[in-house]
Design a binder for this molecule. Structure first.
Ligand SMILES: [Zn+2]
Length: 337
C-alpha cells in the first residue's frame, strides 16, 4: 500500500469533502513538480474508491475483497495507463482501449477508475481521443491524470479536469520527514537541489547519484581550468542518467547568473557547490554567462530528442566553455581531501 505522505494531508481532507457531498469530479488532474508523490496520492485515492468499506477518513480498509484485488493489481474496475516504454508516449490505441473499459458497467457495483501516469506523455492523437471521453464520461467513471508538466496537455483536456495542485511542503516539514531517512546535512542540500520536493531529495541523496553530481562538477572544473581535454571529459557525462546530468549542468549555469547578479543570492539550485560556482562566475562577463546558460539549456532540452548527436554536442559545449570561461588552474578542486 502506498505511504501516507504528511504533506498530502490537507489535499486528502479537501477531497474527502467531495465524498461527503457524494459528488466526485469525473476527472482529476494531479499537477505539480516531480518528487512530491502525486502518483502515490492517485493510487491511494483509487484504492479508497475500490474499497467496499472505507474508513471514516476515506482511507481504504485494506481488508475487503476490493482492497485485496487492488493490492494485487487485479481489480476489475481499475485500469492504469502508462507509456509502453519509459520515456515514450501514451498512444491513441491505449486511450481507445481505455474508453472501451470505462464504457463497460462496473463489475463490483462501484465506479470504473482510470489512472493515467504520466498524463503529460499523452501524444496528440491520444489526447484528442481522451478529450471525447472527458466530454461525455460514461456512467460513473473517474479519471486520475498525473502530470508534472500539465502545460504539455492541450488546454481543452485541462479545462475538463478539476486540477489538484501539489506544491513542495515547507522546508522544515520536508527536513523532518527526510531526517529519519538520511543525514540532516545531506537532507538540507539534497532538498535544495531537488527544488524542495522531498521524494526527489531522497532519491538524489542516494550515495551513487550524489557522488556522480559532485564528480561531474569536478570534471567540469578541470575543463574550465584547462586541466582536462574537453573531448575526453565529455565521456563522463554520457554515463548514468544523461538527462539528469545535463539538467544539473544547466542548473549550475543558472546559478552562475544568480551569483553574478547578486553578492548573496537568496536561492541557489546547488547551494552545496557555491564555492566552486562563485569561482567559475567571478572572471566572466554577465553576457558570456548568459550565452553559456542558453547553450546549456538547449543541450539539456536536446537530450530527449534523437535529432542531434549528443556526444558531439557535448564536446562542442565543453570546448566553447573552456574557451569562454577560463579559470585559474591553481584554485582548489571541487572535492577536497
Ligand atoms: Zn477495503
Amino acid at each position: 500500500m502506498d505511504e501516507r505522505l504528511p504533506w498530502h494531508a490537507p489535499l486528502w481532507r479537501r477531497l474527502q469533502r467531495h465524498r461527503a457531498d457524494g459528488r466526485w469530479p469525473h476527472a482529476l488532474l494531479l499537477a505539480g513538480p516531480s518528487g512530491l508523490g502525486k502518483g502515490s496520492f492517485a493510487r491511494r485515492l483509487a484504492a479508497s474508491w475500490c474499497c467496499a468499506r472505507p474508513e471514516a477518513d476515506g482511507e481504504a480498509c485494506g481488508r475487503c475483497q476490493g482492497c485485496r484485488w487492488f493490492q494485487a493489481g487485479s481489480h476489475p474496475d481499475f485500469s492504469a495507463v502508462r507509456p509502453a516504454e519509459d520515456g515514450k508516449t501514451i498512444k491513441v490505441d491505449q486511450i481507445r482501449e481505455l474508453a472501451g473499459f470505462l464504457g463497460l458497467s462496473a463489475r463490483c457495483g462501484g465506479c470504473k477508475i482510470a489512472l493515467l501516469e504520466p498524463a503529460d506523455r499523452l501524444n496528440l492523437n491520444a489526447a484528442n481521443s481522451l478529450l471525447k471521453t472527458l466530454e461525455e464520461p460514461p456512467g460513473d467513471s473517474r479519471l486520475l491524470l498525473v502530470a508534472a508538466q500539465p502545460a504539455r496537455l492541450p488546454a481543452t483536456v485541462r479545462s475538463r479536469c478539476q486540477t489538484l495542485k501539489f506544491a513542495p511542503p515547507p522546508a522544515e516539514d520536508a527536513i523532518a520527514w527526510l531526517s529519519g531517512r538520511i543525514a540532516e546535512t545531506d537532507a538540507r542540500s539534497a532538498l535544495e537541489v531537488a527544488g524542495g520536493a522531498p521524494l526527489a531529495a531522497l532519491a538524489l541523496a542516494e550515495p551513487q547519484r550524489w557522488n556522480r553530481r559532485r564528480q561531474l562538477a569536478e570534471n567540469y572544473d578541470r575543463i574550465l581550468k584547462g586541466a582536462a581535454d574537453p573531448v575526453r571529459a565529455a565521456e563522463a557525462w554520457l554515463q548514468g542518467d544523461v538527462a539528469e546530468n545535463l539538467r544539473w549542468l544547466a542548473g549550475w549555469h543558472a546559478d552562475l547568473i544568480r551569483l553574478k547578479m547578486g553578492v548573496e543570492p537568496p536561492r541557489l539550485s546547488h547551494p552545496d557547490l557555491k564555492p566552486v560556482l562563485r569561482r567559475w562566475a567571478a572572471p566572466q562577463s554577465a553576457r558570456a554567462l548568459f550565452e553559456r546558460l542558453d547553450a546549456a539549456v538547449r543541450l539539456s532540452a536536446s537530450s530527449s530528442t534523437a535529432q542531434i548527436s549528443l556526444p558531439l554536442a557535448l564536446e562542442a559545449f565543453f570546448c566553447e566553455s573552456a574557451r569562454v570561461i577560463v579559470c585559474d588552474p591553481s584554485q582548489r578542486p571541487v572535492i577536497e581531501g
